[in-house]
Design a protein around this ligand. Sequence first.
Ligand SMILES: NC(=O)c1ccc[n+]([C@@H]2O[C@H](COP(=O)([O-])OP(=O)(O)OC[C@H]3O[C@@H](n4cnc5c(N)ncnc54)[C@H](O)[C@@H]3O)[C@@H](O)[C@H]2O)c1
Length: 406
Amino acid sequence: MFSVSIIGFGNRGSLYTKYLAKSKEVEIVAVCDLSQEVLDFAKKEYSIKEENLFKSEEEFFEKKRSDVLIIATLDRLHRRQAERAMKLGYDILLEKPVADNFEDTVAVKELAEKYGRDAVICHNLRYTPFYQKFKTLISEGVIGDVLSVEQSENVAYHHYMLSFVRGNWRKESETSPIILQKCCHDLDIIYWLIGKKCTKISSFGSLDFYNKQNRPDYATDTCVDCKKVDCAYNSVEFHTKYPGGIIPEGQEKSRENVINVLRSGHRNARCVFNCDNDVCDRQIVNMTFEGGITANLIMHGFAAPFTHRITKVYGTKGAIEGNINEGTVKVSIFGQEPYVIDVKKEMADNSHLGGDSKLVSDYIEYKNNNSKPLGISYIADSVYSHKLAFKAEESRLNGGKEMEVE
Ligand SMILES: NC(=O)c1ccc[n+]([C@@H]2O[C@H](COP(=O)([O-])OP(=O)(O)OC[C@H]3O[C@@H](n4cnc5c(N)ncnc54)[C@H](O)[C@@H]3O)[C@@H](O)[C@H]2O)c1
């Protein structure tokens, strides 16, 4: 049995809590978030005592309140809150990215060492049945030695628009480069599957579509006033279909309310060709690993209908490949009939294709029984895979220059 508190009770923090609350082996003690609405929800849903709800980070960190702290605030707060937590003696379960810059990323690892605390990073893709199958097959030597990996991160146009054109992660100066924010999972998966160090890396990428140069003549500043109702990025139509993202809990999720919220100056009202975004809408990364293993990653914001990842791993005896959304893994061994392994049943919970619930259940096992989950990412591993993202970005900003990864 262990106790847990959560700082940052938004999408991620509340989701982890929902899974933790299903276990009798965990006590949920305290929640800290700037939003009163969120705190009210946490109190009602998880019977958290009034004195354990905090609107102020300062008050929350006055003392240690549980064994573990989940840190699920936005990226640039991670380092500060991780430091405060570990200094007080918390073990932490920290959302990715560890921090929005490499210096702070390394600092979190050093602070964990200094204070002797356990820091685990939420690389939930590792816990999906899809990637667990890849990892197991590779570890069992089914395709021999790994020679090459191809990874594509195909971000759906609506997902890209919400997060990277209009949303929290649109500006590098306010968050981090998309190759870290979105693709630290992919670089981590490549590193985890190969299980060796990267030696060289290069990257190209740009923002060439979702920008003001491509603004159509007819477009108005916001979708609310735009006559082009069949535009794929029309926020009135999008949020009428998915009102949860902008209509506060307890309010009627009607079209009229969607329009009122968007008219009140909500950032999602903005035309996608009239925003202040600057992160890449496409990027590619090439890598070599120890032993001459090659890998590449392609990321773009133009997929439909949904965001999906496709992974192919080639070895000395055959290949493993699949599209994570389809929930199947195809194994082709030289000279044999290919076969398909269905992992859909294990993806029963759809949040991140089964990765989120498994991350939480494995973490509970790890804390209570000292087990070592297949997917666990200790801070040192995450620092390494984040380093690949920072190096890739450095290369991109230097015209694709080949970078050594020491
Ligand atoms: N593992 C994944 O696949 C995945 C997916 C999405 C987001 N993330 C990461 O999770 C983190 C949270 O993202 P999210 O989508 O839940 O964001 P969110 O905006 O929904 O939630 C963040 C919450 O933090 C609260 N907050 C802000 N400042 C605070 C402070 N000083 N003290 C306490 N609370 C504060 C906000 O009120 C909000 O409720 C980010 O680091 C993001 O990169 C990870």
